[in-house]
Design a protein around this ligand. Structure first.
Ligand code: DAH
Length: 356
């Protein structure tokens, strides 16, 4: 190889060695082998070389071209590998670092209370029953001995929905969970015990009422279920739920169209401090009674053979009492700060089902 070719070879090799990245590398490649590259120019000038030297010069140029092409490719491979190494190093993760603590989701107090109630009644042999939020007039009222024009309807501030057929009784947003009683009687074999927690609706909205709220309904039917069973069941439930083994419980005569006799149930508390127990005052907490024979008959059950008790209770009220939650409205605000404060750990909730 002549001196000029050797010089080009060394110069190119030195430049390649100094090329720090693929951009610099590409500039060298184009500068040597490109259309106006230095080696390309030498090849173009081959025609001007004297004929007797042309062969030797051509062979030397080809040899140099091969050598440089190889060196250029080798440098590209090396730069690629270095780039990959650098990337791997910059993206390295320390898998031995402890994970960041995850913020766990929390159970809403209403859900928690309904789960607790289902667990306590479940231990007493009650299954959980469900019904739809949009009810027929018959399930919500008629079956429960509240016919059209019955004065009890006026207490319910009912949301009526457009009827499916013009002139038919309009469906309603259920005003209580009691229609699930009628559904259970129609669907289940006797005897049975069910509780039905769920959403209920009334067109009533102020500081202590929400148009959507929750109730839990209970129904126990058998051949010889008595008022004594009703009292024992509800006293046990209330003392277990509030965690106060001697909580005073009072049964007060009342009226509901679907029970006879009917009783409202009060628990002892201190009106001034809000503390539950033997504080000398009474707080109404739920409605109950022996299922009215007309209700049994409406749902296809022979009242001369079967009887039982029923009860219904507001979920928000007892949740506020149990956990000292002062205001009803934030229950439905989805404010994460409120939920963090009053919400429940889901794992503790899961244990509840095994614990009771
Ligand atoms: N449904 C009643 C209400 O919403 C509560 C109730 C009272 C339910 C007595 C019952 C019962 O099953 O026996 O106010």
């Amino acid at each position: 190889m002549t001196d000029d070719l050797l010089a080009l070879k060394h110069q190119t090799e030195a430049a390649l060695a100094a090329a720090a990245d693929l951009r610099a590398w590409d500039a060298i490649r184009v500068g040597v082998l490109g259309k106006s590259g230095s080696l390309t120019a030498l090849l173009k000038e081959l025609g001007k070389v004297a004929p007797d030297q042309r062969r030797e010069r051509g062979a030397a140029l080809n040899q140099l071209k091969d050598a440089l092409a190889e060196a250029i490719e080798a440098r590209r491979v090396a730069l690629d590998a270095a780039a990959l190494e650098a990337r791997l190093a910059s993206e390295r993760m320390d898998v031995t670092l402890p994970p960041r603590p995850a913020q766990p989701g929390l159970i809403h107090p209403i859900s928690r209370t309904m789960e607790e109630m289902a667990a306590i009644f479940g231990a007493m042999g009650f299954a959980v029953a469900e019904g739809p939020d949009i009810e027929s007039d018959w399930h919500n009222f008629g079956a429960l001995n509240i016919p059209a024009h019955h004065p009890a309807r006026a207490d319910h501030d009912t949301f009526y929905l457009p009827p499916a057929v013009p002139g038919a009784a309009p469906p309603v947003l259920r005003t209580h969970t009691s229609p699930v009683q009628a559904r259970a009687m129609l669907e289940r074999g006797l005897p049975f015990r069910v509780v039905a927690p769920g959403r209920t609706y009334r067109a009533d909205h102020d500081a202590t009422h929400s148009p959507m709220f929750h109730q839990i309904e209970g129904l126990a039917l058998g051949r010889d279920i008595t008022l004594g069973h009703l009292k024992g069941c509800l006293i046990d439930f209330l003392r277990t739920f509030f965690g106060i083994s001697n909580l005073p419980v009072r049964f007060r005569s009342s009226y509901f169209p679907f029970t006879e006799p009917s009783m409202e149930v009060d628990i002892g508390w201190n009106r001034k401090t809000g503390e539950l127990g033997g504080g000398g005052d009474w707080l109404e907490i739920l409605g109950s009674g022996m299922v009215h024979p007309k209700v049994l008959a409406n749902c296809g059950i022979d009242p001369s053979v079967w009887q039982g008790f029923a009860f219904g209770m507001g979920v928000e009220r007892v949740t506020m009492l149990k956990h000292g939650i002062p205001d009803l409205r934030p229950f439905y605000d989805s404010d994460i700060r409120w939920l963090r404060h009053y919400g429940f750990n889901p794992l503790a909730s899961a244990m509840l089902h095994e614990g009771v």
